[in-house]
Each structure stands twice: as structure tokens, then as C-alpha cells.
Design a protein around this ligand. Sequence first.
Ligand SMILES: [Zn+2]
Length: 337
Amino acid sequence: MWRETTRHERNLKIFREELDDFLPEKILDFHVHIFSADVLPAGETYACAGHPIAKYDFADLERDLAEVYPGRRTAAVCFGLPLVRYDMKANNAYVAAGADHRRFFPLRLFDPHEPDRAAVKRDIVAGRFLGLKPYLDYVRKADAGAVEVAEMLPDWIMQVADELQLIVMLHIPRRGRLADPLNQRQVVDLCRRFPRAKIVLAHVGRAYYRKSIVGQLDGLKDLPNLYFDLAMLNHWEVLEYLFRTVAPEKILYATDLPIALAPGKSVEINDQYTYVTPVPWDLSISDEHRKLVFTSFLYEELRAIRQAVERAGRSHDFVRGLFYENGRRLLPENPGS
Ligand SMILES: [Zn+2]
């Protein structure tokens, strides 16, 4: 089984020794991908950190939340897989139908090329979507590294997001990521021009190594409608810098399930980062010599969060906010109840 949960004794040991006395009672994961089998082209699988899967549905999520966080009450913000080859309409419909607005909260995949703007707004309202998940691939540029935030989120959809007070789960583009000056300008612009939209920088703006974050939050940290999700951040130095720099209520626990359940770790090497995984994956260096025993990206993230909390001297209230209350405030109803 590729999923690193407490069903494996080695992960149960980590949970008992390192996480059980740290994790609060309620956990809201703000970044989860959900897709049913009909979303992928027939016969295709999705390479989940190198492990082929055909689906990750609500039943899978419920099982995994129970196995990853034993004894905790859990909830999640869920959206589809934002890849152009996949059936976005089917994925959005599945997420909307399965989200109960008590434990699971839906965001809608958004493609800026959707032709009927009124229909997009109707679909958001009818599906009771609480926000949008744009993605750089949907811009369909030959050079994915040249995509701009403004192309992922044209004004017409931001006007809808502002009017309906939607969450916008933004995976920022461009090679410089958080440190890219154009990204910084366009994020500030979005937040100021659409103040009722709630903009979440996924993966802390994809700042996975120290130099990609130090000094890069100064122009962003005071925007009242900007938030930071921690998905796939395995690096305590990055997290400690974030915790010391932005207001606590802006920080949202998030994982990027199902990828975060795979064995692996994100590591910094010489002012860059890569993933290290036991099996080959496009985004990783893999351990062909089988030198290492891995746990999940998710448990590595929890270890890094704990380390950063302790180093920054943050309180239990900070931890409760990070894992649950901060995210809950962005949602209209009480999750996890
Ligand atoms: Zn994601």
C-alpha cells in the first residue's frame, strides 16, 4: 500500500511519539484534491508522487483522515484535480454533490477559457461552491513558466469572487514564485481591487526553501484578505519565518492530499528544493539504492510545523488556530460538528 498512514506500524510510532501530544482535537485541512474515476480519461491513472491512482474520492478521504489523525475530529476544503486533460465539469459536479458543508467544503475548479460567464456564476451558486481553484495549466500557454496570475484570474471572475465573497485558492505561477516581482504586484492588486474575495496563497506561495521566503512577505503580510496555506511545506525554517512574520490568523493548515500521503520529503539543497521519494516521480529525485525508510510528506509537514511552533515559542492557542479556527472563519458554517 503506497499510502503512509498509521496502518503501517512505523507511522503509528511517529504519531504516538511525536504528534499525538501536539495535534489539537479538531483539524481542518484547507487543501484536498478529490476526484472520482470518471474524471480521468478511460484507462489513465494519475501519478500520485509516483504511485498510479485512478481516483481519490470522498470515501478514500474519510478513511485516510481517520488513519492519519487517530482520535481527531477532521474536516476538509475539497476541490478537483486542475489538469486540462481531465473532465473539469464532472469533477466539479462530484465535489459539489459530495461536500456536505458540515465536514467537507467545496471549491470549484476554474478555467479562464470557460465561454459562458453567466453560466459559470450560476454553476457556482447552484453547486454551493465556497470558492475557486484556478491553475496555471488552464491558461494553456506553451511556456507554463510565463503564465501570469492575472491570466489565471481575469477581472470578470474576480468580480464574481468579490460579489459572492469566495475563497480563491491560488497556486502562484512563474519560476520565481513568491519572490517574482510580477506575482507580488498582481497578488497585491487582486487583494486590493477585490477586497471581499479571500485569497489563499497555496503552499505559502510555493516557497519551499529558505531564500524563497525571507524578505518576500513584507509587501503582502498586511493585506487583510490574504492567507497562506501550508500544503507540502516540510521545511521548518520556512515555517518559522512565516510564523514570525505574518499575523497568526492568516495561517491555514493544509496538506495537498492525496499526494501528501505518499512517502517522501521536500528538501532544500543549495538554495533550491526538490522532493525525494522512494519511487521515480517527475518532480522528485528517487531513492534507487533504497537507502531510506520514508514516512509521508504529511507527517514530515507536521514535524516541521511542530519544530517551527516550538522554535518561535508559539502557544497552544496559536496551534488550535492554525489547525482549525483560522480556516473555519473563512467558511460560512461550522465544520467538524
Ligand atoms: Zn494542490
